[in-house]
Design a protein around this ligand. Structure first.
Ligand code: PRX
Length: 646
């Protein structure tokens, strides 16, 4: 492997950042040698009603139980809102930038406090109590943050469903967690297009029961159907309640939120995060990884429907008293300069986005970037998928004018916060590497048998001990939590990612080693797409794999076997793509569909995905041994009919 290019830590960063390399080493060693003392100290960064006396009580075998700060009590909304009001109530908490560049809004911490309390009273009025689940299906408008914090304030557990998911996906998530209240908007607005959120909620609720109240925020003002007794406009409810609502005293391990994410098999899992450990970890990583300090204007371009939006738009930054920018739109509307124009407009200093956006904007050319100033920027971040070195270099040279370090942050919905990332004042950068573990994180690389590999090596990435932000369970299915993450390698958390470690101890994530694919930074289970396809009346069997895609990172490649007597043509291809969009959502649309008379199966009937992956990757030379297939001739047909163009 050729040695990667190295970028030294700029001198002023080493001098001025919270940690330089020596301090990183010292803090990291302290965090590993005595986690109790380390996290005992750093737990004090948040405010407590009752202080904790126990710090860490975790085990990964013979069963899994994860508890941090378990005898302390606190409230997340109090930490993210109230405690800042006294000190700097006039500081902007949220800058909201609308889809239309003429719309933006500054919300101070004082205003945030009043909005959150009012929203909390509205929820109480709808019967929401501590421990109840509330589904949030909102666009990127300030009310999304108000609703999250309102839930946290009264001890309700939010489950946010990304606005791009279909009514079916929404219905499944509402039922799984048993929500009684859904918060939505009339419509969403993205890239000038309207998204019929309320209509989607209606379609979802036609399938599932149990929801007694739908709270509708007006975004576009479009007329929407309102079911009498069930549906209410937020503004009408808010007009009748006060903006004072006390914080519920929450135990450290009380649930904060559920967020559904895709796995190798079955339905999406409800990842459960709890109160105190999550908040400590989100806030601490936000401070150190982004070297956040008062005065920064911080912008994470994610959607609150994903974990990045939870931890690094809302909870981490607000806990730190930061100014966080919330963007309703998309990178290429009204023009491909939008991101850079927003940076200039609001004088953004820290910018955090996904490689898929960087690659797309890179394709639009340098001029669209260079015509903006971006002089306010001091740090860039990347998240969600491996960043290819070409995109990294472009981000560094063109967007950051060679001036801004890039933090390539590796983490997952399950981890709650960033686990592997450079710290900008401490870590020399290698484009494409997430570099080194955060404090308290013990990555290991294991081979298929679970042997821990030493030195420079490649294998599967596991984490050997708990950290405060770790998920606590799969909602309603603790056994599945254990089976998914702790059964493959005894006593260790299995990430599902492959990883290489180089001679400097830097980690290079190589992508998923399970049947999860990463499409434009969105995580997708191949099994989910397959089950959507086979639900179509003409489909008898389907196998879905990822393949390298220039913009999306991975594209979705579907092999489809039709019912006897049916034949595949362009019209059916289009129909199947539309079908999957409707079943799951646009993010799951197959890029390529190949009609295959047969799939490669072992004699026991198991589909050999390895072969399908290789064919989708155009890598016919390394199909490996196909002699064990029940019918080796299917492979010739699959190769001959490989799809190249959508
Ligand atoms: O494969 C890794 C990839 O995204 C997966 C987690 O997806 P999700 O739970 O949706 O969370 C995304 C945002 C944290 C991981 O298992 N991934 C995430 N960040 C990186 C990454 N792969 C490489 N480099 C990253 N920086």
């Amino acid at each position: 492997m050729s040695e990667a290019k190295i970028y030294d830590v700029p001198r002023e960063w080493a001098e001025e950042a919270y940690v330089d390399n020596a301090r990183y080493q010292a803090m990291y060693e302290a965090s590993i040698s005595d986690p109790e003392a380390f996290w005992g100290e750093h737990g004090k960064r948040i405010g407590w009603f009752e202080p904790y006396t126990r710090v860490k009580n975790t085990r990964f075998e013979p069963d899994v139980s994860i508890r941090w700060y378990e005898d302390g009590t606190t409230n997340v909304a109090w930490n993210c809102v109230d405690r800042h009001v006294a000190e700097h109530g006039d500081r902007t908490a949220i800058i909201w930038e609308g889809d239309d560049p003429s719309e933006s809004r500054h919300i101070s911490y004082r205003e945030l406090a009043s909005e959150v309390q009012r929203f909390a009273n509205v929820l109480k009025g709808e019967g929401v109590k501590k421990g109840d689940r509330v589904t949030i299906y909102l666009p990127m408008i300030p009310e999304a943050a108000f609703a999250m914090l309102a839930c946290a304030r009264i001890g309700a557990v939010h489950s946010i469903v990304f606005g791009g998911f279909s009514p079916d996906s929404l219905a499944g998530r509402i039922t799984d967690c048993g929500s009684t209240v859904v918060i939505t908007a009339d419509e969403g607005l993205r890239g000038g297009k309207r998204v019929p959120l309320k209509a989607n909620v209606d379609a979802a609720l036609a399938k599932v029961g149990g929801v007694s109240s739908v709270v509708v925020v007006k975004r576009t003002g479009a007329p929407v159907a309102m079911a009498t007794g069930r549906d209410h406009f937020y503004a009408d409810l808010a007009a009748n309640v006060s903006d004072e609502c006390p914080c519920e005293e929450m135990a450290a391990e009380d649930p904060l939120f559920i967020l559904y994410t895709s796995g190798s098999t079955g339905k999406p899992k409800g990842v459960l995060h709890t109160t105190a450990g999550y908040l400590v970890y989100a806030a601490m990583t936000h401070q150190y990884v982004f070297d956040y300090r008062a005065g920064d204007i911080y912008w994470c371009t994610a959607d609150v429907g994903w974990v990045t939006g939870h931890s690094y738009i809302v909870y981490g930054p607000l806990c730190n008293g930061a100014t966080t920018l919330m963007f309703e739109g998309v990178p290429n509307y009204p023009s491909v300069s939008r991101f850079w124009e927003v940076i200039d407009k609001h004088q953004v200093t820290i910018f955090y986005t996904a490689p898929t956006a960087i690659r797309a904007l890179m394709g639009a050319g340098e001029e669209a970037v260079k015509k903006t100033s971006r002089a306010s920027l001091r740090l860039l971040g990347s998240v969600g998928e491996p960043i290819n070195p070409e995109a990294w270099e472009w981000y560094h040279r063109v967007v950051g004018d060679h001036r801004c370090p890039i933090v390539d942050t590796w983490w997952q919905t399950e981890t709650g916060g960033i686990l592997i990332s450079p710290l900008p004042g401490a870590t020399r950068l290698k484009p494409g590497s997430a570099t080194r573990p955060f404090f308290g994180v013990r990555p290991e690389i294991v081979d298929a048998e679970g042997n821990v590999l030493e030195g420079a090596c490649e294998g599967n990435l596991v984490i050997a001990d708990s950290w405060p932000g770790q998920m606590r369970t799969v909602y309603g299915d603790h056994q599945r939590f254990f089976d998914t993450y702790f059964s493959a390698y005894k006593g260790k958390y299995f990430t599902g990612d492959g990883c290489r470690r180089d001679e400097d101890g830097y980690y290079w994530i190589t992508g998923r080693v399970d049947d999860v694919i990463n499409v434009s930074g969105h995580r997708m289970g191949t099994a989910e797409v397959e089950s959507a396809l086979v639900a179509h009346e003409l489909v008898s069997e389907a196998a879905v794999v990822g393949y390298p895609h220039d913009l999306k990172g991975q594209g979705i490649y579907a092999y489809v076997t039709l019912m006897a007597g049916s034949s595949g043509d362009e019209t059916l291809r289009k129909e199947l793509v539309g079908w999957v969009r409707r079943e799951i959502g646009p993010i799951a649309s197959p890029d390529l569909i190949q009609f295959a008379p047969g799939l490669p199966k072992t004699r026991s009937g198991k589909i050999m995905r390895r072969i399908l992956r290789k064919i989708a990757e155009d890598d016919f030379g390394s199909l490996g041994d196909i002699s064990t297939l029940a019918d080796p001739t299917v492979v010739e047909d699959l190769i001959a009919n490989r799809q190249n163009k959508p």
